[in-house]
Design a protein around this ligand. Structure first.
Ligand code: NDP
Ligand code: HSE
Length: 436
């Protein structure tokens, strides 16, 4: 088939017919005329694959070739572009993408784990074969984060990228803040509402957001980031008392990612819950919303907020990539010719102001012991607060400490010293204070 332009249709093969795959089919059908006009040619789905052929997916699959083995889409010569919408850094998704790229077939994917862990390798395959690999949907769903960093800011020297990159965590932290409820309780609600997976660890332990941060950092700094050096903390340790202290001290708690240039060939990158000043724009990105933050030497600071997940927003990003391919626009994976991976600074090299929450047995001398641990590590205190209403029947009570600027190495040594004290219960919680 060819369109009014006389150009042949771009033929798609879709692997994965879940939330995103079905969303793409629906978007391509519902918005076909506008998409054809923008792409300059028709876009046609010709083949699909998923695990269960018999499942009713609420979309009409009549006339589409079905592949039981998704990896076979890579060798289907009736396809111009493979859409990998299965997920996972290994297994069928990886095999399919590698195989399609090495045959010179263009690939569009929403798979952040695959890009974060194997992006350098995939970029090499794509470069050798001349295939394009596009992944707009892999970061922050419907927000055009990749286009912002790789194209919109292509002329700039980016100093920092990051943001709130996981809607599940942002929903949980926002609900904990607004209701005073505990993490486990709100997580169960998020699962019931379909925001969090039955196994929520990829989201709540910070990995999903860290994958997205690694991709943004790779684009911002023009070379893939060695993912195993990225410092990742999730939100499981946040308690209702931490939300209380945040409010009292003038902050909000956000799972925040930052990758920052620290030298010509050096970056720091971390994904962790942080205190952010309550008046900062990012403090008001709430619920399931995501925000992408950039800071350029020329463009200055920027924040874009939007929906980071769901069928519609994610499909919009996937199809935008398809339109680019239909127009003949495709850039190198990391925006420049492939380079070696860049390492992140170790955690001990990080620094800043910190919030430290300690559960203590409330008796004379406890604060003196804590002050001694801070003194011994050379850490200066800015504020101290006790949450008396949260006193447990056994006499334990949460204490919050806010430090002046110090090193993370010093805070790690403070925590070790505190854990050795008989008057300290459990593991203290350390959160970075980030002024974004
Ligand atoms: N959901 C979202 O909001 C977002 C998702 N993404 C990413 O998009 C991708 C897809 O996510 P999502 O749609 O939510 O996932 P789903 O779990 O909803 O769907 C996954 C699909 O992949 C199919 N599948 C699984 N294993 C295989 C296999 N071995 N061979 C063929 N098909 C297989 C499943 O088949 P079957 O249906 O038969 O079981 C299912 O149709 C992931 O990389 C995800 O991280 C990115 C941004 C947002
Ligand atoms: N699970 C992710 C969406 C997929 O990227 C989130 O909660 O933001």
């Amino acid at each position: 088939m060819s369109g009014a332009s006389g150009k042949p249709a771009l033929r798609l093969g879709i692997a994965g017919l879940g939330t995103v795959g079905v969303g793409v089919l629906q978007l391509l059908r519902d918005n076909a005329a506008a998409i054809t006009a923008r792409a300059g040619r028709p876009i046609e789905v010709v083949a699909v694959s998923a695990r269960d052929r018999t499942r009713d997916r609420g979309v009409d699959l009549a006339g589409l070739r079905w592949h039981d083995d998704a990896a076979a889409l890579a060798g289907d010569d009736g396809i111009d572009v493979v859409l990998e919408l299965i997920g996972g850094a290994e297994g069928t998704a990886r095999t399919l993408v590698e195989s399609a790229l090495s045959r010179g077939r263009d690939v569009v994917t929403a798979n952040k784990a695959l890009l974060a862990l194997h992006g350098a390798h995939l970029a090499r395959i794509a470069r050798e074969s001349g295939a394009a690999l596009l992944f707009e949907a892999s970061v922050a769903g419907g927000i055009p984060a990749i286009k912002l960093v790789r194209e919109g800011l292509a002329a700039d020297r980016l100093l920092r990228v990051g943001g709130i990159l996981n809607g599940t965590c942002n929903y949980i932290l926002t609900t904990m803040r607004d209701t005073g409820r505990d993490f486990d309780d709100v997580l169960s609600e998020a699962q019931a509402l379909g925001y969090a997976e039955a196994d929520p660890s990829t989201d709540v332990d910070g990995w999903d957001a860290a994958h997205k941060l690694a991709i943004l950092a790779g684009l911002a700094f023009g070379q893939p980031v060695a993912f195993d050096g990225l410092h990742v903390d999730g939100i499981r340790a946040i308690q209702a008392c931490d939300q209380h202290f945040a409010r009292e001290l003038g902050y909000r708690i956000k799972l925040l990612g930052t990758a920052r240039r620290t030298g010509d060939d050096a970056i720091e990158a971390w994904m962790r819950p942080c205190f952010v000043p309550k008046n900062a724009p990012i403090a008001h990105v709430d619920g399931v919303f995501n925000a992408v933050v950039t800071e350029g030497a020329f463009s200055g600071p920027m924040l874009i907020e939007g929906r980071g997940a769901g069928a519609g927003p994610t499909a919009s990003a996937v199809v935008a990539d398809v339109i680019d391919l239909a127009r003949g626009t495709a850039l190198p994976v990391w925006g420049v010719a492939p380079k070696a991976e860049i390492a992140c600074a170790p955690r001990s090299a990080l620094g800043g102001e910190y919030y430290l929450r300690v559960i203590v047995r409330d008796r004379p001398g406890v604060v003196a012991d804590i002050a001694a641990a801070l003194r011994d590590a050379g850490v200066s205190l800015r504020a101290l607060s006790q949450h008396d209403a949260a006193r447990e029947p056994g006499g334990t009570v949460p204490l919050a400490l806010v430090t002046h600027h110090t090193t993370e190495a010093a805070m790690i040594s403070v925590i070790s010293a505190l854990e050795a004290l008989e008057s300290v219960v459990g593991t203290p919680l350390l959160l970075k204070i980030e002024t974004v």
